[in-house]
Write a protein that binds this ligand. Structure first.
Ligand code: HEM
Length: 476
């Protein structure tokens, strides 16, 4: 099975058979070498086979890649652990896309999806130097102060939020966990961080769902999301609270800067949390399909294993060269795009060392260097995954994968940047909701199968929040 997929991928990629010696220190790859088309998600259907093949072909740890169907949008994928870590840690590379040579030369179309996700904005992630420090410090101080105040609003409420979401489907005896659970859990927790109440949080879930359904409703949903967040910022300026937005206002950020950091919170964490929860649940339900003893003890180690073996961020266009540099056997000019290969880097280290994925903390899932995920973000991400998974398994003790589903063939979303399942159908003995109040009326996203969303036109010009929220659901 593995061999035949590798052969097929080989036929698709068709890299030039340049030897290690002839390839070394080339200014650019020769025109006979086709950059590997990582924009085509089908090439990661068997990602392990792909990484093994690329590691054999490109021993320097750097692969020329085509990032979009447009042949002008190319870059370099890091595929070894050391190369990936270096690119994220070293000041030789910037996170600021204004250094992108092809962009400066006008070769990147304005509606490029890669550009949409990295177009310069006033937030911590997309700046370097003093501005990065100013935004990062303000955001991190606000997250930490929020976690200290009110005994950690968001952290402490995760179990409660999880229960109320489970209440919406527990009586049905079956559910699709990505759209009905894993999507909503981080949305509602993040809404709490910025001080939105439950009904506002439900509104955000609903608007996000409408956005992802595409069509004319999507543009309206985008506008409503933006208005909602902008209104939050305006209200907090007049009437501050202990939420993250208020604390950044108090720290001196302008309304636009607060809006951008708030959007960054959603944009950088919603998709990875959704898929960390989804991938962990899938792994546990597959490995403990009949024998449930010890299941709860396995949750933290399974989450760690997923961060290693099936990380939510797979390959992310996220750094640019700032000067001439020799890298991976190539001589790169300034302004080249580097795609950070979390997936291949982990595969390479796990294959070539005795790192134990259940316990080792040296994975790159949280990033590395100055843009590394802040510890408050990591704590919240892990807490959401641990509590979210544990609460579901406790409430629905006989939960199992949907009838006829092969654990090795669960439907995955088509993407090379954020990796996860598109659907996770399960069944269980129906139980009554535990909250006696009205059930939350959460948006049902279950119609969004990859096929449905792939054929649904998406709006081209997205607002700032939704541009950052892209890639949450399948088919983008
Ligand atoms: C499973 C959950 C999460 C994963 C896998 C994750 C992963 C990452 C990674 C890989 C980066 C570095 C990106 C780069 O260097 O280009 C990052 C940055 C960041 N993350 Fe997270 N994250 C998660 C959850 C969160 C949460 C819950 C928050 C906040 C509430 C958060 C806030 C941030 C921020 C603000 C940055 C930018 C930091 C900077 O540029 O200085 N993340 N995250």
């Amino acid at each position: 099975m593995k061999a035949s997929i590798a052969t097929r991928i080989g036929a698709v990629l068709c890299p030039a058979r340049t030897t290690k010696r002839t390839r070394s220190l080339m200014t650019h790859y020769p025109s006979s070498t086709r950059p590997v088309p990582i924009y085509d998600p089908s090439i990661t259907k068997d990602s392990d086979a792909l990484w093994a093949k690329l590691l054999a072909e490109y021993p320097g740890g750097l692969v020329p890649v085509q990032v979009e169907p447009d042949p002008n949008v190319t870059g370099w994928l890091t595929i070894t652990y050391d190369m990936t870590r270096r690119v994220m840690e070293s000041p030789e590379f910037t996170r600021d896309s204004r250094h992108w040579g092809a962009l400066k030369a006008g070769r990147i179309p304005d509606d490029s999806p890669t550009l949409a996700n990295c177009r310069h904005r006033p937030n911590a992630l997309l700046n370097d130097g003093e501005l990065h420090l100013r935004y990062r410090n303000s955001l991190v101080n606000a997250l930490e102060a929020n976690a200290r105040g009110d005994q950690g609003r968001a952290l402490n409420q995760i179990g409660l939020v999880a229960d109320r979401i489970i209440d919406t489907f527990c009586a049905a005896g079956e559910a699709e966990l990505i759209s009905q659970y894993a999507f909503h859990l981080p949305t509602l927790a993040l809404c709490r961080l910025v001080g939105l109440n439950v009904s506002e949080g439900v509104q955000v879930c609903t608007q996000m769902a409408r956005f992802w359904e595409g069509g004319p409703e999507a543009a309206k949903a985008n506008e409503e999301l933006m208005n909602l967040m902008a209104a939050v910022v305006r209200t907090r300026r007049q009437k501050p609270g202990g939420d993250v937005a208020s604390l950044m206002i108090e720290d001196g950020l302008t309304d636009e800067e607060v809006l951008n950091q708030t959007a960054l919170l959603f944009g950088s964490s919603h998709a990875p949390i959704t898929h960390l929860v989804g991938n962990t649940l899938a792994r546990l339900l597959s490995e403990f399909s009949t024998e449930r003893a010890g299941l709860f003890l396995q949750i933290p180690e399974t989450i760690n294993t997923i961060l290693w073996e099936d990380p939510p961020y797979l390959c992310v266009p996220a750094r640019w060269t700032t000067d001439h540099i020799e890298l991976g056997g190539y001589r790169l000019p300034p302004g080249e795009l580097l795609v950070v290969g979390f997936g291949p880097a982990h595969y390479e280290l796990l294959t070539n060392s005795d790192v134990d994925p259940r316990t080792s903390q040296v994975h790159l899932g949280w990033g590395a260097g100055r843009h590394r995920c802040p510890s408050a973000g990591r704590d919240l991400g892990l807490a959401l995954a641990e509590v979210g998974v544990a609460r579901l398994l406790r409430r629905l003790p006989d939960i199992k994968l949907g009838e006829g589903l092969d654990p090795d063939q669960l439907p995955r979303r088509l993407s090379t940047d954020v990796s996860g399942l598109s659907r996770l159908p399960v069944s269980f003995t129906p139980t009554a909701p535990i909250d006696k109040g009205d059930p939350w009326n959460l948006a049902d996203l279950s119609g969004l199968t990859p096929a449905a969303s792939a054929t649904t036109p998406q709006p081209k010009r997205l607002g700032i929040l939704t541009r950052l929220l892209r890639s949450i659901l399948p088919g983008d």
